[in-house]
Design a protein around this ligand. Structure first.
Ligand code: CP3
Length: 361
């Protein structure tokens, strides 16, 4: 596909190259805070109906870009597609979050786990990536912004696979981890191979960067995190191809609650590390130096405050990072479904404006 990227600010920042301003995108930027998302979801019948249909997935991926001058698009999908493809039977109960009909609990369950055939089971995701790339590109082959692919981390996927859904304390999965570390390592090995194959399929289909969501890494004790999450992020970083169609494909690792392990995450071989809002961005930058780019880290709750407060907080973050290459602005976690859409416009504008001002000195 011979296309020109009209706005490569996001990719340049991930590779720590100079940019005219700080690029911004938002975790869960296509979602329930947007009325147009809710309308499409209504037509699709359900969240899974939306995510499994490439036409709908393309439509909602583009919705936030039609409203805001964001610097990247992210594939509309979910991290739970992999365990679903493994045959665990994913459903979303109204107002309850994800459920797996067949969670992985016994030694026999663990032994049965296999890396799914990506084409056969996750072809709808790969098709969505291709279709979104096409939709981002005009008749002259000019692509508006780059497309991000993503996956859950091996550990975060294991949390849902063993718990059978969300959890407040991760009792089941952590009990398995401490009682039968051999079983947990087998799950994580299968997951790491599945995540690598899945991200490589997205990259081959046109994803220009990829992100690993380790949402529950921060639930692990120090020492345990390194063995059961970090090690498998490292395996994924080794397994994911970083060159496609002559372009570099940067990989971002985001461990929510992982601030104390920043140096270790930066050493896994990824190009960028995502940060939640509990970390000071200026100190984080000093800690990693020139080793990786950083992505983050505004508290998503700031978006409920009036525009002047949103602008003040955004400006503070941009200034804390300072006039250095390697910052992608984002929230420290997914945007809340109750966020006023107009407030997002204020945030995007202020990040672009304040970062140009910082560069001008
Ligand atoms: O960022 C984007 O716009 C891309 C889309 C995206 C979704 N989920 C869509 C979604 C991404 C990147 C995810 C990742 C994801 N999914 C994570 C990791 C990031 C994070 O937020 O920590 C996790 C843990 C999941 C699992 C998941 N999916 C849960 C727990 C839920 C239910 C809770 C909730 O927020 O409703 C989902 C459903 C889901 N995935 C929704 C969306 C837009 C809401 C479903 C709906 O429309 O009803």
């Amino acid at each position: 596909m011979a296309s020109t990227l009209l706005n490569d600010t996001f990719l340049r920042a991930l590779l720590r190259q100079p940019t005219d301003y700080t690029p911004i995108w938002l975790m869960r930027q296509a979602g329930r805070y947007l009325p147009e998302y809710n309308a499409t979801r209504e037509r699709a019948g359900s969240f899974l109906g939306l995510a499994k249909n490439p036409d709908y997935a393309t439509e909602v991926t583009l919705q936030p870009l039609a409203r805001y001058p964001l610097d990247a698009a992210i594939l509309f999908s979910d991290i739970l597609t992999i365990p679903d493809a493994m045959g665990l039977g994913l459903s979303f109960e109204a107002g309850e979050g994800p459920r797996f009909a067949r969670p992985v609990r016994s030694e026999a369950d663990v032994a049965r786990l296999e890396v799914p055939d990506i084409e056969a089971t996750l072809g709808y995701v790969v098709d969505a990536v291709r279709e979104i790339r096409r939709a981002l590109t005009d008749g002259q082959g000019r692509q508006r912004v780059p497309l991000i692919g993503f996956s859950g981390s091996p550990w975060t996927l294991a949390c849902y696979m063993v718990e059978g859904g969300g959890s407040a304390d991760f009792r089941t999965v952590k009990t398995m981890l401490y009682a039968r570390p051999d079983l947990m390592h087998r799950i994580l090995e299968v997951n790491a191979r599945a995540v690598s194959a899945y991200l490589n399929a997205q990259i081959e289909a046109g994803a220009q960067a990829a992100m690993i969501f380790d949402t529950w890494g921060g639930a692990l004790a120090d020492g345990v995190f390194q063995q059961f999450s970090l090690r498998y992020i490292e395996a994924v970083a080794r397994g994911v191809k970083r060159e496609h169609d002559g372009a570099r494909i940067p990989l971002i690792a985001f461990t929510k609650g992982g601030g104390q392990w920043l140096e270790a995450i930066a050493a896994t071989g990824v190009e960028a590390v995502g940060l939640d809002w509990t970390v000071d961005l200026g100190h984080a930058r000093e800690r990693v130096g020139s080793r990786v780019a950083l992505q983050g880290n505004l508290d998503p709750t700031v978006l409920f405050a009036p525009p002047a407060a949103i602008r003040r907080e955004a400006r503070t973050l941009v200034e804390r990072f300072g006039n250095h290459p390697g910052h992608v602005f984002n929230l420290g976690h997914g945007i809340s479904q109750f966020t006023p859409p107009d407030h997002v416009a204020e945030l995007v504008d202020e990040v672009h404006r304040a970062s140009r001002a910082v560069r001008a000195g």
